[in-house]
Design a protein around this ligand. Sequence first.
Ligand SMILES: Cc1cc2nc3c(=O)[nH]c(=O)nc-3n(C[C@H](O)[C@H](O)[C@H](O)COP(=O)(O)OP(=O)(O)OC[C@H]3O[C@@H](n4cnc5c(N)ncnc54)[C@H](O)[C@@H]3O)c2cc1C
Length: 508
Amino acid sequence: MIQVVWFKRDLRTQDHRPLFEAAATGPVLPLYVVEPEYWRLPDTSARQWVAVRSALVELSTRLSQLGAPLIVRTGTVTEVLAKIHAAVGIARVLAHEETGNLWTFERDIAVRAFCRRQGVPFVEFSQTGVIRGTGARDRWATHFARFVQRASIPEPGRLERVRAAKIAVIPTASELGLRDESCVHPQSGTRESALDLLDSFLGGRGANYRRGMSSPLSAERCCSRLSVSLATGAVSVGEVLRRVYGAQEHLASLAPPHRPVPVTALVSLIARLHWRGHFMQKLESEPEIERRSFHPVHEQSRAAMRHDESVLAAWATGHTGIPFVDACMRSLLATGWLNFRMRAMVQSFASHHLALDWRASGEKLARLFTDYEPGIHWPQVQMQSGQTGINTPRIYNPIKQGLDHDPDGVFTRRWVPELADVPLAVLQTPWLAGRGEVHGYPAPIVDHAAAARAAKLRLSALRQTAGYRDAARDVYRKHGSRKRRFEDEGSLTPRSTQQLSLFSLDSQ
Ligand SMILES: Cc1cc2nc3c(=O)[nH]c(=O)nc-3n(C[C@H](O)[C@H](O)[C@H](O)COP(=O)(O)OP(=O)(O)OC[C@H]3O[C@@H](n4cnc5c(N)ncnc54)[C@H](O)[C@@H]3O)c2cc1C
């Protein structure tokens, strides 16, 4: 009888409780199942698989060194487990809990049911600090802080191998039949790259984190860039946070001129890693929010929306005629990454200015993000689309964002080369340039100022609906941060719902 350690979004051997517990008991079969059905979903993509595959290759090497190579199978998890059980008998299956999309949520239910039917214990452990089920929001922050402060779980010294298990190769994206959507500079999802990124961030790269994170030009270098390896699980959020806490203590012992990064940079990074848990808890507590608006009034309005495929396609490919939005989308298409503020802006633009259903635009973004993490993604998509009822809706002015965050036009010209000859003074508003200066760039798909006003009116009207505040209170009870102010680049979670009438509209 063997123990199966089922790897999912936790592709590491360090701080891996299922592996550690199994190794202490007997022979271990480390299993990864490539699920073609999952990789055909509209929110998954080849670029995500490339990142996962890089982490799998690294994990496979490490597991072989420890004595039990990774066994990779392709198919559905229940079928793979059934075959293994029939061949060698499974004593128990150990895995981490996963806060994935609705598909993985339902797959996990099927795996649990399979194990129950077969009389095989299925043991799951938390890895992200979220609380399974409702999430007990009142005590959540304390729970999360305790979870991430516990000691790291050591890598097992040696693994006892199951000899009968045949090793298989890890398929490439094309072998899996995935549509080629590769990036120019794909970010790897490995542990090695995560540790390098963390070292360079703490060693000086993070010095301008707070100032540099908002502009897409500086953010690429100033941000931690840990999201891809956190999404593959090559490093755990607990490991990262503990390293940062250690660095924070060390910094405090140095005189300010000798600190490679200011303490405030680490405070900001720690806050963001806590938000990670905070947002993931929302999807864990209510997996349906991948498809349904948090607030019932917004859901009714969403369901009644007209869906315009050509507008969606123009936005998704960077052809709206609004230069800064297009530059951000084209940069994302090419690199697989975008900084937080620009993710917020493009999502807000799709939902507010273009009046697109957040589900459709959210799916497009998910596919483009190499670091797609459903638990962060869907709550953020909804928040930036004004669907929660408990956050201040933020309607960005894309022209002002371009002027503020790309004052010299470097980013805009890099990604929208059609605007190469347009003078800087009208780069963000090329429709004001003389004819002949804009070659092959579309006219704006929307009058951005009028569209922003219309979106504000739409949201205001929804907020006047009978019962709106009561329903918002329910959303807040279930999902709201209990902190006084949830500092999230313009998104304020009110302590009570008294602030519901607030709007944030960039000055036009
Ligand atoms: C519409 C939208 C969709 C998003 N989808 C994703 C997604 O699929 N995957 C993803 O990892 N992040 C997502 N984010 C959050 C954020 O933009 C990215 O985590 C960040 O840009 C990744 O770069 P980084 O690792 O350098 O982040 P850093 O700024 O260095 O932050 C460090 C880590 O903190 C976490 N984090 C940072 N910002 C947030 C935030 N606002 N909310 C929750 N956690 C945060 C991430 O794990 C990140 O890796 C989304 C944001 C928006 C507005």
